[in-house]
Design a protein around this ligand. Sequence first.
Ligand SMILES: Cc1ncc(COP(=O)(O)O)c(C=O)c1O
Length: 711
Amino acid sequence: MRRKSKDLKVEEPKEKSRVFFLAGTDTGVGKTMAVLALASLLREKGASVGVFKPVQSGVGDAEFLKRHLGLEDDLREINPYFAPEPLSPHLAFRRQGVRVRIPRIKKALDVIRSRYDIVLVEGAGGLLVPIVGNYLMADLARDIDADLVLVSRLGLGTINHSLLTVNEARRRGLRVAGVLFSDAGGKRGLSEKTNPRAVRELSGVAVLGTVPHLTRFDERSVCVNSRRMIDVRPLWGRVLPPAAPRSSSAKGLWATRGPASGVTRPDLLARWDKQYVWHPFTQMKDWVAGEPLVIDRGEGSYLIDAQGRRYLDGVSSLWVTVHGHRKRELDEALKAQAGKIAHSTMLGLSNTPAIGLAKRLIEIAPRGLEKVFYSDNGSTSVEIAVKMAYQYWQNIGRTRKIGIAHLANSYHGDTLGSVSIGGIDLFHKVYRKLIFRTIRVEMPDGYRDQDWAGALDRFERMVERDHAKIAALVVEPIVQGAAGMIMWPKGILKRFEMICRRHDIFLICDEVATGFGRTGRMFACEHENVRPDFLCMAKGITGGYLPLAVTLTTRRVFDGFVFPYEDMKTFFHGHTYTGNPLACAVALRNIELFKEERVIERLQSKIKFLASELQCLKTLSCVGDIRQRGFMVGVELVRDKRTKEPFPWEGRVGARVCEKARDFGVILRPLGNVIVLMPPLSITRQEIRLLINALERAITAIIPEMKEVDG
Ligand SMILES: Cc1ncc(COP(=O)(O)O)c(C=O)c1O
């Protein structure tokens, strides 16, 4: 029998609503109850929600939903095809002599869509159930451009069924918005308690929660019983506010919400990103050709994109996140400070959090550092140190000491001053004529060249000759991050310090990357009890919350600037947001958390665990070297393991591995052929396993392609 609608004309306004397609991992898993619960909860948020059942065989799901959701649509509109026998639709309708027409289903859906902000489409059975001929439920979900919500049983066996369906959905290009479990009301054993989490971690798909065993079906009771069990935010995030407000007579959610300020619809965001945003360190030609991954929120070690997909943050959002995303204490510190003041200038004024933080930083920094100068990013923190070192010697009359020495393959940031003391040709070569002259110190990379002693001897000889002209040496202590995670053996940093001391050259330690626990100690200098003249910090200083940087220095340097004003020896440098109170308040709380949660102590066993998990990569044919210092890891991919021959940089092998890792739910970012792992310090052992597993799978998947590059 075919349900006929009186009027299949699409009503005004024609603006399309968001469609979620609910598919089961099996038949009879509780899809109808899931529709009822989701519709009730989404309505509670303010959206108008309709339902649609394209084909129904046997049971009266459409009637049930119409009745309990109080829908005014004609039953024939909600469900255009009905067959009384409980069989697979393709068979049920064939036996009825009814030919199911897909265009008719789509047209009927359009009618419902024109009336609601959100339409929940209830499939029949699982994704691969045929509707007519070889046209499957999955085909319909794709053709109506729906986001998929997978409804799965709660008990034993659900991991396998859920993952199989998620994989198949992805293979078919469907967007999976979330998995919702259905509680049949049985006993809750260990499987029921732990499976949703396992599914979330293994699939990387948001778990919306569990539909409780409902006994009362009115909307209020459903909401009361489901509210704490189901999180509809991953679905809500996909719902589109229109680009312009509707007329005041329009019904529904967007009539009462303003225009597009809070748009989170993934396809629109992706389009606008390509249209308006220029990304750093990114060839935009490739970017606009690809699919941008748009992060909408974070939670612990995870990033969650605008489609609700979860990714383990394997690089701590560019080496900054310490205690994880949305750390309650940091959120609260930020809110508390926002309740007082967001910003006041440090030029001619001071502010409470900046003073408190400066004091605390001096307490935790290596001895000898007594003064704190604020800025707002790593590059400026290093530039400030360089300018201070240079001006110090000018101020005290040793005007020939102007040379700045730095390591040949160093990286200290992207402003012109820090580019001057950088040596990564790919980034810096083009600016060569714009930057100032420096003294480049060649050092080994520790993998292809290990002659550290020879390099240090050459440095010392140069210093013995030229020290009267050298103001400072700038180094990234112990780990040279951007150069490809180069790790120094013990003693190198100490020797640099001794040479500098002996010849009255300032030692500037750039701990922008290594600071705040990254190497297993609060600061890398601590490993060798080194006391630099300048210590630069940024990245982890706010736990990954806000841009803030500091340059710490000694009283000696400070005193070299304390003169009568008319001597013109003031340090004339300061950024608008210097010492920003919001950032300082969060940084202060971040440091307290290190102590309260014994972060460094607890990190030690995780560092060992990470080291043991990394071992499995050693056997892979293209993994040449695995370097680790604390929670800083570089996995170098090579064309030939024996000769250590690198892959040609144009092949973007590292980038391809990282792109692949996303398929396994992990975000990584390479440095050329070196895959960087820099997880948040708060990562759990299970998440470390996931991280390494994803990397292993990504490398394994890319190896055949690498061979082509080899070609
Ligand atoms: C050692 C080091 N110094 C300086 C910087 C520059 O920091 P920012 O990007 O905040 O300017 C970086 C950035 O990665 C770094 O690793």
